[in-house]
Design a protein around this ligand. Structure first.
Ligand code: BJW
Length: 249
């Protein structure tokens, strides 16, 4: 059924979350700290009392910029070493085939890892920014990152201004351009796919319902149930790296 909805000149809008990168061995957002503590024993003392919800805030950065930037740099290096999986590749393929058929495709991602772009997706809307670009906390100027780990925590410019990851923390506004692109795609799509997201972080958590209100069919791909599972047209329970190649190919 879903394959049929994606056929022809369909207008498709996709929302991805960290589950789509799980098969690339990047921990999902809510398991990121536990996983890190398992694999990075030195970090245990630093991060043991924190959960990702508390680390991803401007307040945490202000209170402990060393700890927060160490966590983000550890994740940045892990993302650089990761390889896109079959789920990322299937979405890149869907973009090409829909455009060839006169349809449209917009990929909205909450992920900051850059794996969709590395898989070949061309039109990626990064709702929560990128972990690969850092900026000055005061001026917003770009901070030049090394290819491997940072050595100073928190990193700073020569004049002392601190640098922070270019991600969107809780309580911060999403980029205006990303929101405009997102709402345009959501309000005009025929099919909306929600893939690998727990659907608890707003505004993205409200996108499936908004697409439904505008007449789209809603499909969810996730091994676990989420708050939207009971309302979607089709819930495909499983890993995106297994399911996406089947519904796209
Ligand atoms: C698999 C799988 C496999 C496993 N295959 N699946 C309305 C109501 C209530 C609260 C709010 C509201 N509107 C705003 C808020 C506040 C807040 C919010 O939503 N809070 C909630 C917690 C309640 N939102 C915000 O603050 C946002 N800002 C905002 O609204 O600003 C308004 C404003 C306007 C003007 C001025 C100022 C402000 C900002 C949200 C930013 C979120 N940022 C983060 C951190 C990014 C950087 C980083 O990575 O560290 O983004 S939080 C975190 O959650 C991260 C993720 O992108 C995001 C979503 O998580 P995701 O991707 O869903 O991951 P998980 O781990 O939760 O789930 C993984 C899923 O994958 C699971 O379901 C698994 O089952 C599944 N999975 N393996 C497929 N192989």
């Amino acid at each position: 059924m879903v394959r049929g909805w994606l056929a022809g000149p369909a207008r498709v809008c996709v929302l991805t979350g960290s589950g789509v990168s799980a098969e690339s061995k990047i921990p999902t957002f809510r398991t990121a700290v536990e996983n890190q503590l398992d694999t990075h024993q030195d970090a245990r003392a630093l991060w043991a009392d924190f959960d990702p919800m508390k680390l991803a805030t401007a307040e945490a950065f202000a209170a402990n910029p060393e700890m927060v930037t160490r966590w983000y740099d550890w994740r940045r290096v892990k993302c650089m070493a990761a390889v896109p999986n079959l789920g990322h590749l299937a979405l890149a393929e869907l973009e090409v085939s829909l455009e060839a058929r006169g349809g449209s495709f917009t990929l909205l991602t909450q992920n900051v890892d850059g794996l969709h772009q590395r898989a070949g997706s061309r039109d990626v809307v990064e709702l929560h920014g990128s972990i690969m670009t850092w900026r000055g906390v005061r001026t917003g100027r770009p901070f030049e990152l090394p290819e491997d780990e940072l050595t100073d925590f928190p990193p700073a410019f020569d004049d002392g201004e601190l640098a922070r990851p270019g991600v969107v923390w809780f309580g911060e506004a999403l980029p205006e351009t990303a929101l405009v692109a997102a709402f345009a795609a959501i309000e005009s799509c025929d099919v909306f796919l929600s893939i690998g997201t727990s659907a608890v972080v707003y505004p993205a958590a409200g996108f499936a319902d908004l697409a439904h209100q505008h007449g789209a069919r809603i499909v969810e791909v996730n091994p676990e149930a989420t708050p939207i599972t009971g309302r979607v047209d089709v819930a495909l329970a499983g890993k995106s790296g297994l399911i996406l190649p089947r519904i796209v190919g």
